[in-house]
Design a protein around this ligand. Structure first.
Ligand code: UDX
Length: 433
């Protein structure tokens, strides 16, 4: 099929490449010339495992091209809108500027019979509004909402092999078009839910709200564990065996961050309030508050571990990205902790395998190194805040030799405490004795 993808940021670049990988003929459109130049040269402007490979093969085959000229989307049968919906400055609501701009600029290029498909995460009600606008200007085209559930670090796999497909449509023909787009996944037996616009929009919001709730729930349990000498990891293992609960997303620690969960729960709260249903999701404010307290908790643990003050103490912060296998530092708990410690007068040195460049752009006041060894050298305290494989796999004996003081705060509860303690370390975790 001929497909256009409007917006070539994280979501759009992955989606465009994956669609080409499935054999479609794809044009990716973005207003950012630098991004388009990078993608055209098969260099993704961000780190995502597996993306360079499919991007290179699709651009080389001629099935995928990138442009800043939206008129090149003219002959597409399906247009995906994949622009960002950041948090509004000074409020929790989603900023729909990019969705509206992309949609308006696309309208003159929508051919009769084409399908415009929203992938961006939007407040419920957006699709209906856009469909009305489309009916005015391109009455022979249709709109669908097809939310995206990809996780950073697994984005290519999640796009090629989604665990479900959700279509929000207002006519059966639109679902048939999407079935052709995703034929490979459907033939592989991927569950597919065909529903209305509002439900499709809400599926995404509800899924992220639920995931955030799971994480803040276990972090709340970690706090109770801290007060009672219980171990939240054993607790999570035990409740996780109940299939109704499940073990995934029950890892207590410094909390969730990134470009999705934090902003999505705030946008959901703001939208529900607009709808006069604020009370129904008021708990999400507490989910957000619990999450932010986790960052403070790690800072407090650091102060405590250093005898009441971090002033002029050398602290190695392991990790700056919001999670491993990503270079994304948006709303990163790890970077927040590093900045807080620096604010308290600590001599912070932060390290990360992929995120340093992005972190430096946001917080140039911190000292960075890509070398774990250099970060650890003579540290008075080690704070592990992003569970990259290289940090989980650190050898406690060797690491003890590098630091000035063998004390580690395991902000993700991933270290094998027995072997670290055996090597002379004081280990502090979250919700663990
Ligand atoms: C999330 C959703 O998982 C995805 O479906 C949606 O499309 C976009 O938002 P992502 O932001 O890539 O994806 O990250 P995810 O793997 O969900 O992790 C989010 C945050 O939660 C990370 O900071 C992670 O460290 C944290 N987390 C996750 C925990 O603190 N504990 C857990 O048990 C799981």
């Amino acid at each position: 099929m001929r497909i256009s993808v409007i917006g070539c940021g994280y979501l759009g670049a992955v989606h465009a490449s994956a669609m080409a990988e499935l054999g479609h003929e794809v044009v990716g459109v973005d207003v950012d010339e630098r991004k388009i130049a990078a993608l055209s040269a098969a260099h993704p402007p961000f780190f995502e495992p597996g993306l360079p490979e499919i991007l290179a093969s699709a651009t080389a085959s001629g099935r995928l091209r990138f442009t800043t000229d939206i008129s090149e989307a003219d002959d597409a049968e399906v247009h995906f809108i994949a622009v960002g919906t950041p948090q509004q400055a000074g409020g929790g609501a989603a900023d729909l500027t990019y969705v509206d701009l992309a949609f308006e600029s696309l309208l003159p290029h929508v051919a009769d019979g084409a399908l415009v498909v929203g992938k961006s995460t939007v407040p419920v009600g957006t699709a209906e509004r856009l469909a009305a606008r489309l009916a005015e200007t391109a009455p022979h085209a249709a709109l669908a909402w097809n939310p995206e559930f990809l996780r950073e670090g697994f984005a290519v796999k999640d796009t090629l092999e989604p665990d479900r497909l959700v279509y929000g449509v207002d006519r059966p023909e639109s679902a048939a078009v999407l079935d052709r787009v995703y034929r490979a996944a459907i033939e592989a037996g991927t569950p597919r839910i065909v529903t209305d616009f509002a439900t499709a929009e809400l599926v995404k919001t509800a899924a992220n709200a639920f995931l955030a709730t799971k994480i803040s729930f276990i972090n709340a349990m970690a706090d109770i564990a801290d007060a009672t000498g219980a171990d939240v990891t054993a607790l999570a293992d035990a409740i996780g065996h109940d299939a109704r609960i499940g073990r995934r997303f029950l890892n207590a620690g410094v909390g969730f961050g990134g470009g999705c969960l934090p902003k999505d729960i705030r946008a959901f709260t703001a939208r529900a309030e607009e709808l006069g249903r604020g009370k129904s999701v008021a708990f999400l404010k507490e989910i957000d508050a619990i999450n932010l307290r986790q960052r403070q908790k790690v800072v407090d643990l650091a102060v405590e571990a250093l005898g009441g003050s971090v002033f002029q103490k050398r602290i190695a912060v392991l990790g700056v990205t919001f999670k491993p296998e990503s270079d994304d530092v948006r709303d990163s708990p790890a970077l927040d902790v590093a900045v807080h410690l620096k604010g308290l007068g600590a001599d912070v040195i932060a390290t990360d395998p992929e995120g340093i460049e992005n972190a430096r752009e946001r917080h140039p006041q911190l000292e960075y190194t890509t070398s774990t060894e250099a970060a650890l050298a003579d540290a008075d305290l080690v704070v592990l805040v992003t569970e990259w494989r290289e940090y989980r796999g650190l050898d406690p004996v060797d690491t003890a030799r590098r630091v000035a003081n063998p004390v580690v705060i395991d902000g993700r509860n991933v270290l094998d405490r027995d072997s670290w303690r055996a090597a002379g370390w004081t280990v502090r975790g979250i919700g663990r004795p």
